[in-house]
Design a protein around this ligand. Sequence first.
Ligand code: ATP
Length: 476
Amino acid sequence: MPAPNIDTIVSLAKRRGFVFPSSEVYGGLGSAWDYGPLGVELCNNVKQSWWRWIVYDRDDIEGIDSSIILNRLVWQYSGHESTFHDPFVDCRECKSRLRPDKLDLPEDAKASDVADLIRQKRVKCSNCQSTDLTEPRLFNMMFRTMLGAAAVEDDPTSLAYLRPETAQGIFINFLNVQTAMRRKVPFGIAQLGKSFRNEITPGNFILRTREFEQMEMEYFVKPDAEHSKLVDEWVEQYIEWFKGLGISGDNLQLHEVPAEELAHYSKRTVDIMYRYFPERPEEPRQWEELMGIAYRTDFDLRSHSSKAVDGEGTRINPDSTEDLSYFDETTKQRFYPHVIEPAAGVNRTVLAVLMDAYSEKTNDKGETRVILKLVPKLAPIKAAILPLAKNKPEIVGMAKAIKRSLQPVLRAVYDDTGGIGKLYARQDEIGTPFCVTVDHQSLEDEAVTVRDRDTWEQERIKVSDLAEHLQNRLKE
Ligand code: ATP
Protein backbone atom coordinates (compact mmCIF):
# COMPACT_ATOMS: atom_id res chain seq x y z
CA MET A 1 0.00 0.00 0.00
CA PRO A 2 1.77 3.21 -1.08
CA ALA A 3 1.16 6.57 0.61
CA PRO A 4 -2.40 7.83 -0.03
CA ASN A 5 -1.10 11.29 -1.03
CA ILE A 6 1.98 13.53 -0.99
CA ASP A 7 0.80 15.31 2.19
CA THR A 8 1.25 12.08 4.18
CA ILE A 9 4.91 12.05 3.12
CA VAL A 10 5.34 15.78 3.84
CA SER A 11 4.30 15.28 7.45
CA LEU A 12 6.30 12.07 7.93
CA ALA A 13 9.33 13.72 6.33
CA LYS A 14 9.22 16.68 8.70
CA ARG A 15 8.37 14.68 11.85
CA ARG A 16 11.16 12.18 11.31
CA GLY A 17 13.91 14.39 9.92
CA PHE A 18 13.89 13.65 6.19
CA VAL A 19 12.85 17.01 4.71
CA PHE A 20 12.11 20.36 6.34
CA PRO A 21 10.52 23.47 4.79
CA SER A 22 13.45 25.78 4.03
CA SER A 23 13.99 29.13 5.82
CA GLU A 24 11.07 28.30 8.12
CA VAL A 25 12.21 30.76 10.80
CA TYR A 26 11.51 33.54 8.28
CA GLY A 27 8.21 32.13 7.08
CA GLY A 28 9.67 29.77 4.48
CA LEU A 29 10.65 30.32 0.86
CA GLY A 30 7.90 29.10 -1.41
CA SER A 31 9.24 26.00 -2.98
CA ALA A 32 12.53 25.42 -1.16
CA TRP A 33 13.12 22.40 1.05
CA ASP A 34 16.05 21.36 3.25
CA TYR A 35 17.11 17.73 3.60
CA GLY A 36 17.53 16.66 7.24
CA PRO A 37 19.78 14.00 8.78
CA LEU A 38 17.80 11.10 7.26
CA GLY A 39 16.92 12.87 4.01
CA VAL A 40 20.55 13.56 3.14
CA GLU A 41 21.34 9.86 3.66
CA LEU A 42 18.40 8.77 1.50
CA CYS A 43 19.40 11.18 -1.29
CA ASN A 44 23.02 10.03 -1.09
CA ASN A 45 21.91 6.40 -1.31
CA VAL A 46 19.78 7.10 -4.41
CA LYS A 47 22.67 8.98 -6.04
CA GLN A 48 25.16 6.27 -5.11
CA SER A 49 22.89 3.57 -6.46
CA TRP A 50 22.58 5.45 -9.76
CA TRP A 51 26.31 6.16 -10.04
CA ARG A 52 27.22 2.52 -9.32
CA TRP A 53 24.68 1.27 -11.83
CA ILE A 54 25.42 3.72 -14.64
CA VAL A 55 29.17 4.32 -14.24
CA TYR A 56 30.66 1.31 -12.38
CA ASP A 57 28.51 -1.65 -13.47
CA ARG A 58 28.80 -0.77 -17.16
CA ASP A 59 31.96 -0.54 -19.21
CA ASP A 60 30.85 2.16 -21.63
CA ILE A 61 30.10 5.19 -19.45
CA GLU A 62 32.42 7.75 -17.82
CA GLY A 63 31.47 10.19 -15.04
CA ILE A 64 32.25 13.92 -14.81
CA ASP A 65 31.45 16.88 -12.58
CA SER A 66 31.36 20.18 -14.48
CA SER A 67 30.83 23.72 -13.17
CA ILE A 68 27.37 25.03 -12.36
CA ILE A 69 28.20 28.45 -13.80
CA LEU A 70 29.46 28.12 -17.37
CA ASN A 71 30.44 30.65 -20.02
CA ARG A 72 27.26 32.47 -21.08
CA LEU A 73 27.90 31.45 -24.69
CA VAL A 74 27.15 27.85 -23.73
CA TRP A 75 23.54 28.87 -23.09
CA GLN A 76 23.39 31.05 -26.16
CA TYR A 77 24.44 28.24 -28.50
CA SER A 78 22.53 25.50 -26.66
CA GLY A 79 19.38 27.47 -27.47
CA HIS A 80 18.44 28.05 -23.83
CA GLU A 81 18.73 31.85 -24.00
CA SER A 82 16.24 32.04 -26.82
CA THR A 83 13.97 29.08 -26.14
CA PHE A 84 14.09 27.97 -22.50
CA HIS A 85 10.85 29.78 -21.89
CA ASP A 86 7.71 28.73 -20.12
CA PRO A 87 4.49 30.51 -20.92
CA PHE A 88 2.38 31.83 -18.06
CA VAL A 89 -1.11 33.22 -17.68
CA ASP A 90 -2.31 35.60 -14.96
CA CYS A 91 -5.79 35.45 -13.46
CA ARG A 92 -7.06 39.04 -13.17
CA GLU A 93 -9.60 37.95 -10.56
CA CYS A 94 -7.54 36.09 -7.92
CA LYS A 95 -4.07 37.20 -9.14
CA SER A 96 -2.80 33.60 -9.47
CA ARG A 97 -0.01 32.96 -11.94
CA LEU A 98 -0.62 29.73 -13.84
CA ARG A 99 1.12 27.52 -16.38
CA PRO A 100 -1.16 27.06 -19.42
CA ASP A 101 -0.57 23.30 -19.46
CA LYS A 102 -1.98 23.14 -15.92
CA LEU A 103 -5.20 25.01 -16.80
CA ASP A 104 -8.53 23.23 -17.12
CA LEU A 105 -8.83 23.15 -20.90
CA PRO A 106 -11.90 21.90 -22.76
CA GLU A 107 -11.52 18.28 -23.88
CA ASP A 108 -9.62 17.77 -27.15
CA ALA A 109 -8.02 21.25 -26.86
CA LYS A 110 -4.28 21.43 -27.56
CA ALA A 111 -1.81 23.45 -25.48
CA SER A 112 -1.13 25.54 -28.60
CA ASP A 113 -4.80 26.65 -28.69
CA VAL A 114 -4.66 28.24 -25.24
CA ALA A 115 -4.43 31.86 -26.42
CA ASP A 116 -7.53 31.47 -28.62
CA LEU A 117 -9.45 29.65 -25.92
CA ILE A 118 -8.64 32.35 -23.36
CA ARG A 119 -9.87 35.04 -25.75
CA GLN A 120 -13.09 33.06 -26.22
CA LYS A 121 -13.40 32.82 -22.38
CA ARG A 122 -13.43 29.01 -22.64
CA VAL A 123 -10.66 28.47 -20.06
CA LYS A 124 -11.15 28.76 -16.32
CA CYS A 125 -8.60 29.69 -13.65
CA SER A 126 -7.84 26.44 -11.79
CA ASN A 127 -7.80 28.44 -8.54
CA CYS A 128 -11.00 30.58 -8.65
CA GLN A 129 -12.76 29.40 -11.84
CA SER A 130 -12.76 32.92 -13.32
CA THR A 131 -12.43 33.19 -17.12
CA ASP A 132 -10.80 36.64 -16.82
CA LEU A 133 -7.28 35.49 -17.77
CA THR A 134 -4.44 37.29 -19.55
CA GLU A 135 -3.05 35.80 -22.75
CA PRO A 136 0.03 33.60 -22.29
CA ARG A 137 3.33 35.46 -21.99
CA LEU A 138 6.82 33.95 -22.13
CA PHE A 139 9.29 33.90 -19.30
CA ASN A 140 12.90 32.64 -19.47
CA MET A 141 13.42 30.18 -16.66
CA MET A 142 17.19 30.50 -16.30
CA PHE A 143 18.43 32.13 -13.10
CA ARG A 144 20.61 35.14 -13.90
CA THR A 145 23.61 36.24 -11.91
CA MET A 146 26.53 38.66 -12.34
CA LEU A 147 30.17 37.59 -12.30
CA GLY A 148 32.97 39.54 -10.64
CA ALA A 149 33.36 42.35 -8.16
CA ALA A 150 33.03 45.11 -10.77
CA ALA A 151 29.80 43.74 -12.16
CA VAL A 152 26.93 46.17 -12.37
CA GLU A 153 23.30 45.22 -12.84
CA ASP A 154 23.02 45.90 -16.57
CA ASP A 155 26.52 44.93 -17.72
CA PRO A 156 25.93 42.25 -20.36
CA THR A 157 29.56 41.14 -20.28
CA SER A 158 29.26 39.92 -16.69
CA LEU A 159 25.88 38.21 -17.15
CA ALA A 160 25.91 34.51 -16.32
CA TYR A 161 23.35 31.83 -15.53
CA LEU A 162 23.00 29.03 -13.02
CA ARG A 163 22.71 25.92 -15.19
CA PRO A 164 19.15 24.76 -15.88
CA GLU A 165 20.40 21.25 -16.83
CA THR A 166 23.62 19.35 -16.24
CA ALA A 167 23.69 18.14 -19.86
CA GLN A 168 25.52 21.13 -21.39
CA GLY A 169 28.51 20.57 -19.07
CA ILE A 170 28.75 17.13 -20.66
CA PHE A 171 28.50 18.30 -24.28
CA ILE A 172 31.23 20.93 -23.94
CA ASN A 173 33.49 18.26 -22.40
CA PHE A 174 32.73 15.58 -25.01
CA LEU A 175 36.10 15.80 -26.74
CA ASN A 176 38.05 16.14 -23.46
CA VAL A 177 36.55 12.94 -22.10
CA GLN A 178 36.69 11.08 -25.41
CA THR A 179 40.39 11.78 -25.98
CA ALA A 180 41.56 11.54 -22.34
CA MET A 181 39.79 8.21 -21.82
CA ARG A 182 40.48 6.96 -25.39
CA ARG A 183 36.81 6.18 -25.94
CA LYS A 184 35.17 4.99 -29.13
CA VAL A 185 31.56 5.76 -30.06
CA PRO A 186 29.20 4.42 -28.72
CA PHE A 187 29.95 5.53 -25.18
CA GLY A 188 28.28 7.69 -22.55
CA ILE A 189 29.13 10.47 -20.09
CA ALA A 190 27.17 10.78 -16.84
CA GLN A 191 26.85 13.73 -14.52
CA LEU A 192 25.02 14.26 -11.26
CA GLY A 193 24.41 17.63 -9.66
CA LYS A 194 22.29 20.67 -8.95
CA SER A 195 20.28 22.48 -11.61
CA PHE A 196 18.22 25.62 -11.26
CA ARG A 197 15.03 26.73 -12.98
CA ASN A 198 12.99 29.76 -12.10
CA GLU A 199 9.79 27.73 -12.24
CA ILE A 200 6.61 29.80 -12.56
CA THR A 201 4.56 27.47 -10.41
CA PRO A 202 6.77 25.39 -8.13
CA GLY A 203 4.97 23.15 -5.70
CA ASN A 204 3.86 19.71 -4.60
CA PHE A 205 6.67 19.38 -2.07
CA ILE A 206 9.97 18.29 -3.69
CA LEU A 207 8.31 17.44 -7.02
CA ARG A 208 8.84 20.87 -8.55
CA THR A 209 11.34 23.21 -6.94
CA ARG A 210 13.56 25.97 -8.28
CA GLU A 211 16.74 24.24 -7.11
CA PHE A 212 16.95 20.50 -7.66
CA GLU A 213 19.36 17.70 -8.49
CA GLN A 214 19.62 15.84 -11.75
CA MET A 215 21.17 12.54 -12.80
CA GLU A 216 21.83 12.88 -16.51
CA MET A 217 23.67 10.77 -19.03
CA GLU A 218 24.46 11.55 -22.65
CA TYR A 219 24.99 8.41 -24.71
CA PHE A 220 26.89 9.19 -27.94
CA VAL A 221 26.12 7.00 -30.93
CA LYS A 222 26.65 6.98 -34.69
CA PRO A 223 24.39 9.14 -36.88
CA ASP A 224 22.90 6.00 -38.47
CA ALA A 225 22.26 4.12 -35.21
CA GLU A 226 18.71 2.97 -34.46
CA HIS A 227 17.94 5.98 -32.30
CA SER A 228 14.30 5.27 -31.58
CA LYS A 229 15.09 1.69 -30.57
CA LEU A 230 17.85 2.96 -28.27
CA VAL A 231 15.34 5.27 -26.57
CA ASP A 232 13.10 2.23 -25.95
CA GLU A 233 16.05 0.24 -24.58
CA TRP A 234 16.99 2.99 -22.12
CA VAL A 235 13.35 3.34 -21.05
CA GLU A 236 13.30 -0.38 -20.24
CA GLN A 237 16.56 -0.24 -18.34
CA TYR A 238 15.40 2.71 -16.25
CA ILE A 239 12.07 1.01 -15.45
CA GLU A 240 14.10 -1.92 -14.08
CA TRP A 241 16.35 0.44 -12.10
CA PHE A 242 13.33 2.16 -10.52
CA LYS A 243 11.84 -1.23 -9.65
CA GLY A 244 15.15 -2.10 -7.98
CA LEU A 245 14.65 0.97 -5.78
CA GLY A 246 11.41 -0.57 -4.53
CA ILE A 247 9.03 1.33 -6.84
CA SER A 248 6.15 -0.83 -8.01
CA GLY A 249 5.59 -1.20 -11.76
CA ASP A 250 1.89 -0.41 -11.13
CA ASN A 251 2.90 3.14 -10.25
CA LEU A 252 5.04 3.68 -13.34
CA GLN A 253 3.71 4.55 -16.77
CA LEU A 254 5.15 5.73 -20.09
CA HIS A 255 4.20 8.92 -21.89
CA GLU A 256 5.23 9.51 -25.50
CA VAL A 257 5.67 13.29 -25.70
CA PRO A 258 3.63 14.63 -28.67
CA ALA A 259 5.66 16.24 -31.46
CA GLU A 260 4.32 19.75 -30.75
CA GLU A 261 5.46 19.57 -27.12
CA LEU A 262 9.03 18.34 -27.76
CA ALA A 263 11.93 20.48 -26.47
CA HIS A 264 13.82 22.40 -29.18
CA TYR A 265 16.61 19.79 -29.30
CA SER A 266 14.51 16.63 -29.27
CA LYS A 267 13.25 14.40 -32.08
CA ARG A 268 11.62 11.96 -29.68
CA THR A 269 11.06 11.95 -25.91
CA VAL A 270 9.48 9.30 -23.72
CA ASP A 271 8.68 10.31 -20.15
CA ILE A 272 8.52 7.80 -17.34
CA MET A 273 5.64 8.95 -15.16
CA TYR A 274 5.01 8.13 -11.49
CA ARG A 275 1.62 8.07 -9.76
CA TYR A 276 2.33 11.01 -7.41
CA PHE A 277 -1.38 11.82 -6.99
CA PRO A 278 -3.17 8.51 -6.27
CA GLU A 279 -5.94 10.43 -4.46
CA ARG A 280 -7.19 12.11 -7.67
CA PRO A 281 -10.36 10.45 -8.94
CA GLU A 282 -9.52 10.92 -12.64
CA GLU A 283 -6.78 8.40 -13.48
CA PRO A 284 -4.96 10.55 -16.09
CA ARG A 285 -4.42 13.32 -13.50
CA GLN A 286 -2.65 10.97 -11.09
CA TRP A 287 0.61 10.99 -13.05
CA GLU A 288 3.55 13.40 -13.23
CA GLU A 289 6.97 13.09 -14.90
CA LEU A 290 9.64 11.20 -12.98
CA MET A 291 12.21 11.36 -15.77
CA GLY A 292 12.54 11.72 -19.53
CA ILE A 293 14.51 9.83 -22.18
CA ALA A 294 15.19 12.01 -25.23
CA TYR A 295 16.80 11.55 -28.61
CA ARG A 296 18.70 14.86 -28.84
CA THR A 297 20.13 14.18 -32.33
CA ASP A 298 23.53 15.87 -32.95
CA PHE A 299 22.00 19.25 -32.10
CA ASP A 300 24.18 20.12 -29.10
CA LEU A 301 27.56 18.90 -30.38
CA ARG A 302 27.01 20.72 -33.68
CA SER A 303 25.82 23.89 -31.96
CA HIS A 304 28.98 24.10 -29.85
CA SER A 305 31.35 23.27 -32.72
CA SER A 306 33.60 25.72 -34.57
CA LYS A 307 33.35 23.97 -37.93
CA ALA A 308 29.68 23.00 -38.16
CA VAL A 309 27.79 24.82 -40.92
CA ASP A 310 24.12 25.32 -41.74
CA GLY A 311 22.35 24.54 -45.05
CA GLU A 312 23.91 27.60 -46.69
CA GLY A 313 27.43 26.73 -45.58
CA THR A 314 27.57 29.45 -42.90
CA ARG A 315 29.27 28.62 -39.60
CA ILE A 316 26.66 27.91 -36.93
CA ASN A 317 28.97 28.99 -34.15
CA PRO A 318 31.55 31.73 -34.89
CA ASP A 319 32.53 31.92 -31.18
CA SER A 320 33.60 28.32 -30.59
CA THR A 321 37.30 27.47 -30.79
CA GLU A 322 36.84 23.68 -30.88
CA ASP A 323 35.25 21.26 -33.26
CA LEU A 324 33.42 18.55 -31.35
CA SER A 325 33.23 16.10 -34.23
CA TYR A 326 34.49 12.54 -33.93
CA PHE A 327 36.73 10.59 -36.27
CA ASP A 328 35.78 6.96 -36.72
CA GLU A 329 39.04 5.02 -37.31
CA THR A 330 37.35 2.00 -38.84
CA THR A 331 35.20 3.78 -41.42
CA LYS A 332 37.60 6.76 -41.74
CA GLN A 333 34.60 9.05 -41.42
CA ARG A 334 34.21 12.21 -39.37
CA PHE A 335 30.80 13.00 -37.87
CA TYR A 336 28.96 14.65 -35.00
CA PRO A 337 27.73 11.83 -32.75
CA HIS A 338 24.02 11.65 -32.05
CA VAL A 339 22.81 11.50 -28.47
CA ILE A 340 20.30 9.52 -26.42
CA GLU A 341 19.75 11.24 -23.07
CA PRO A 342 18.12 9.68 -20.02
CA ALA A 343 17.54 12.61 -17.61
CA ALA A 344 16.24 11.84 -14.13
CA GLY A 345 15.67 13.95 -11.02
CA VAL A 346 17.08 12.93 -7.62
CA ASN A 347 14.29 14.68 -5.74
CA ARG A 348 11.44 13.21 -7.78
CA THR A 349 13.03 9.76 -7.40
CA VAL A 350 13.29 10.26 -3.62
CA LEU A 351 9.62 11.30 -3.46
CA ALA A 352 8.52 8.28 -5.50
CA VAL A 353 10.64 5.98 -3.33
CA LEU A 354 9.13 7.43 -0.13
CA MET A 355 5.57 7.18 -1.44
CA ASP A 356 6.00 3.59 -2.58
CA ALA A 357 7.76 2.51 0.63
CA TYR A 358 5.02 3.90 2.85
CA SER A 359 2.83 1.30 4.55
CA GLU A 360 0.74 0.92 7.67
CA LYS A 361 0.41 -2.07 10.01
CA THR A 362 -1.78 -2.68 13.08
CA ASN A 363 -0.16 -4.13 16.21
CA ASP A 364 -1.67 -6.49 18.86
CA LYS A 365 -3.08 -3.49 20.74
CA GLY A 366 -4.96 -2.31 17.65
CA GLU A 367 -2.63 0.66 17.15
CA THR A 368 -1.69 1.66 13.60
CA ARG A 369 2.03 1.91 12.94
CA VAL A 370 3.76 3.38 9.91
CA ILE A 371 6.44 1.21 8.31
CA LEU A 372 8.67 2.65 5.65
CA LYS A 373 9.57 -0.43 3.61
CA LEU A 374 12.65 1.03 1.95
CA VAL A 375 14.84 -1.44 0.08
CA PRO A 376 17.88 -2.00 2.36
CA LYS A 377 20.36 -0.26 0.04
CA LEU A 378 18.35 2.98 0.32
CA ALA A 379 17.60 2.85 4.06
CA PRO A 380 19.33 5.79 5.80
CA ILE A 381 20.18 3.55 8.77
CA LYS A 382 20.74 -0.18 8.32
CA ALA A 383 20.69 -1.21 11.99
CA ALA A 384 19.68 0.53 15.24
CA ILE A 385 21.31 -0.77 18.40
CA LEU A 386 18.94 -0.40 21.35
CA PRO A 387 19.65 -1.10 25.06
CA LEU A 388 16.67 -2.63 26.88
CA ALA A 389 17.64 -0.83 30.11
CA LYS A 390 19.41 2.48 29.77
CA ASN A 391 20.14 2.71 33.50
CA LYS A 392 22.32 -0.42 33.37
CA PRO A 393 25.86 0.69 32.47
CA GLU A 394 26.90 -2.84 31.38
CA ILE A 395 24.01 -3.05 28.88
CA VAL A 396 24.59 0.49 27.60
CA GLY A 397 28.34 -0.19 27.27
CA MET A 398 27.74 -3.41 25.35
CA ALA A 399 25.21 -1.73 23.00
CA LYS A 400 27.57 1.16 22.26
CA ALA A 401 30.45 -1.26 21.62
CA ILE A 402 28.27 -3.23 19.17
CA LYS A 403 27.36 0.00 17.35
CA ARG A 404 31.05 0.91 17.00
CA SER A 405 31.98 -2.56 15.79
CA LEU A 406 29.27 -2.56 13.09
CA GLN A 407 29.98 0.95 11.82
CA PRO A 408 32.87 0.03 9.50
CA VAL A 409 30.64 -2.38 7.56
CA LEU A 410 27.21 -0.78 7.74
CA ARG A 411 25.55 2.42 8.91
CA ALA A 412 24.44 1.80 12.50
CA VAL A 413 23.13 4.07 15.26
CA TYR A 414 22.78 3.74 19.02
CA ASP A 415 19.47 4.98 20.47
CA ASP A 416 18.27 5.02 24.08
CA THR A 417 15.85 7.94 23.90
CA GLY A 418 12.69 6.01 24.84
CA GLY A 419 11.12 2.72 25.86
CA ILE A 420 11.73 -0.23 23.53
CA GLY A 421 8.23 -0.03 21.94
CA LYS A 422 8.73 3.65 21.04
CA LEU A 423 12.21 2.97 19.70
CA TYR A 424 10.98 0.15 17.45
CA ALA A 425 8.12 2.35 16.16
CA ARG A 426 10.52 5.17 15.33
CA GLN A 427 12.94 2.89 13.46
CA ASP A 428 10.03 1.30 11.52
CA GLU A 429 8.86 4.75 10.48
CA ILE A 430 12.27 5.77 9.14
CA GLY A 431 12.78 2.49 7.33
CA THR A 432 15.58 0.88 9.38
CA PRO A 433 15.61 -2.78 8.29
CA PHE A 434 16.92 -4.16 11.60
CA CYS A 435 16.78 -3.31 15.29
CA VAL A 436 19.34 -5.03 17.53
CA THR A 437 18.32 -5.18 21.18
CA VAL A 438 20.81 -5.71 24.00
CA ASP A 439 19.16 -7.10 27.15
CA HIS A 440 20.17 -8.59 30.55
CA GLN A 441 20.58 -12.02 28.97
CA SER A 442 23.06 -10.57 26.48
CA LEU A 443 25.54 -9.99 29.30
CA GLU A 444 25.44 -13.74 30.03
CA ASP A 445 25.23 -15.36 26.59
CA GLU A 446 26.94 -12.73 24.34
CA ALA A 447 23.88 -12.78 22.06
CA VAL A 448 21.36 -10.11 20.99
CA THR A 449 17.85 -9.98 19.54
CA VAL A 450 17.57 -8.98 15.89
CA ARG A 451 14.12 -7.67 14.95
CA ASP A 452 12.92 -7.49 11.35
CA ARG A 453 11.20 -4.22 10.33
CA ASP A 454 8.66 -5.77 7.97
CA THR A 455 7.63 -8.96 9.81
CA TRP A 456 8.43 -7.83 13.39
CA GLU A 457 9.92 -11.32 13.86
CA GLN A 458 12.81 -11.63 16.27
CA GLU A 459 15.76 -14.00 16.40
CA ARG A 460 18.67 -14.45 18.75
CA ILE A 461 22.11 -13.98 17.20
CA LYS A 462 25.60 -14.32 18.70
CA VAL A 463 27.39 -10.96 18.82
CA SER A 464 30.38 -12.57 17.08
CA ASP A 465 28.13 -13.51 14.10
CA LEU A 466 26.13 -10.26 14.04
CA ALA A 467 27.99 -8.26 11.35
CA GLU A 468 27.97 -11.17 8.90
CA HIS A 469 24.34 -12.02 9.69
CA LEU A 470 23.16 -8.45 9.07
CA GLN A 471 25.24 -8.04 5.92
CA ASN A 472 23.75 -11.23 4.45
CA ARG A 473 20.20 -10.23 5.29
CA LEU A 474 20.69 -6.73 3.90
CA LYS A 475 21.57 -8.32 0.56
CA GLU A 476 18.25 -10.29 0.45
P1 ATP B 1 8.57 19.23 -16.26
O1 ATP B 1 7.86 19.02 -17.56
O2 ATP B 1 7.98 18.46 -15.11
O3 ATP B 1 8.86 20.66 -15.93
P2 ATP B 1 10.95 18.75 -17.75
O4 ATP B 1 10.43 17.87 -18.84
O5 ATP B 1 11.18 20.18 -18.03
O6 ATP B 1 10.03 18.59 -16.43
P3 ATP B 1 13.59 17.73 -17.98
O7 ATP B 1 14.14 18.95 -18.58
O8 ATP B 1 13.34 16.54 -18.83
O9 ATP B 1 12.26 18.10 -17.16
O10 ATP B 1 14.53 17.34 -16.75
C1 ATP B 1 14.82 16.01 -16.42
C2 ATP B 1 14.35 15.67 -15.02
O11 ATP B 1 14.80 16.64 -14.07
C3 ATP B 1 12.83 15.67 -14.84
O12 ATP B 1 12.27 14.47 -15.33
C4 ATP B 1 12.71 15.78 -13.35
O13 ATP B 1 12.95 14.53 -12.70
C5 ATP B 1 13.85 16.72 -13.00
N1 ATP B 1 13.32 18.08 -12.87
C6 ATP B 1 13.14 18.99 -13.87
N2 ATP B 1 12.64 20.13 -13.38
C7 ATP B 1 12.51 19.95 -12.03
C8 ATP B 1 12.06 20.77 -10.95
N3 ATP B 1 11.68 22.02 -11.15
N4 ATP B 1 12.06 20.27 -9.69
C9 ATP B 1 12.47 18.99 -9.47
N5 ATP B 1 12.92 18.18 -10.45
C10 ATP B 1 12.94 18.64 -11.71
